[in-house]
Design a protein around this ligand. Structure first.
Ligand code: NAD
Length: 264
């Protein structure tokens, strides 16, 4: 039986860890060729090695235009084109607006918003050449609702949702679909880093000020009506749906996948 991404030529950024690694692995299991990109080149190579011949690993810093251009050129040359991109790479962004230094603001916006734009910018000509395709942009539930103490992160993620909407309008005629994914809490290294740096406010609004990271992760469950945090595989399943032709009439939308967090 053919896979849900059979023969699709794809790129996944942030593929060295967490949601990106799960998505790259799932895409390949469903028949895709996958360029696994990450600023941690060794981790990208590990993900690709775990997949086998359908994948290649590449060190890419998504904040660098030249890296993003080289990434798309390599994917197009290796696979013969590009059909779908999952712009997933991201960093933690704790801190209230008044407490952030300019460097910290720029770091988070640089990866989580500008990096998403650069990731898809250079892929556009290849998708147009292929007759269309799918761009999946990683946002967050923090781009949709207020979450305590993540000002730069939330601003970047809301920007990603706006970018998806805008690109859907501008590239619909090229048969390119653009959608954003807005996950609730999935306990990955990024979430652990956010909680570790939380300083001065409760990252989960339900854990005591002196809670350990594991205690904060446990306390975060209560904010998700379904009673547990998400898994990387659950987010990867939505990315697969949006990357595949199953979602052929879905574009410009931001899909929340959060165990009910945003409606509680
Ligand atoms: P993670 O830390 O496990 O993975 C993030 C990956 O991105 C890492 O491998 C890291 O090396 C890579 N990366 C960081 N900066 C990069 C750069 N400049 N260029 C290329 N790669 C870079 O975290 P995750 O939770 O899997 O995060 C993946 C995405 O999901 C992020 O965009 C994050 O904001 C988003 N997200 C996560 C959650 C969650 O609860 N985990 C919720 C909402 C959204």
């Amino acid at each position: 039986m053919a896979g849900r991404l059979e023969g699709k030529r794809t790129i996944v950024t942030g593929a060295g860890s967490g949601i990106g690694r799960a998505a790259a692995t799932l895409f390949a299991a469903e028949g895709a060729l996958v360029l696994c990109a990450d600023i941690n080149g060794e981790a990208a190579d590990d993900t690709a090695a775990g997949i086998g011949r359908a994948a290649v690993g590449l060190r890419v810093d998504v904040t660098r235009p030249e890296d993003c251009q080289a990434m798309t050129e390599q994917a197009a040359a290796t696979f013969g084109g590009i059909d779908a991109v999952y712009a997933n790479a991201g960093v933690d962004g704790p801190g209230r607006a008044g407490d952030l230094e300019v460097e910290e603001w720029n770091r988070v916006i640089g990866v989580n918003l500008t990096g998403v734009w650069l990731t898809v910018k250079y892929a556009l000509p290849h998708l147009i050449e292929a007759g269309g395709g799918s761009l999946v942009l990683q946002a967050s539930v923090g781009g949709v609702i207020g979450v305590p103490g993540i000002a730069s992160y939330a601003a970047a993620k809301a920007g990603v949702i706006g970018l998806a909407r805008q690109m859907a309008v501008d590239y619909g005629a090229d048969n390119i679909r653009v959608n954003a994914i807005c996950p609730g809490t999935v306990p990955t290294p990024l979430v652990r880093a956010t909680y570790a740096k939380r300083g001065g406010f409760s990252a989960t609004a339900s854990a005591p000020a002196d809670a350990s990271i594991d205690e904060m992760i446990d306390a975060a469950k209560v904010r998700h009506p379904i009673g547990r945090l998400g898994t990387t595989g659950e987010i990867a399943q939505l990315a697969l749906h949006l990357a595949s032709d199953e979602s052929s009439w879905t574009t410009g939308t931001a899909i929340v996948i959060d165990g009910g967090m945003s409606v509680a």
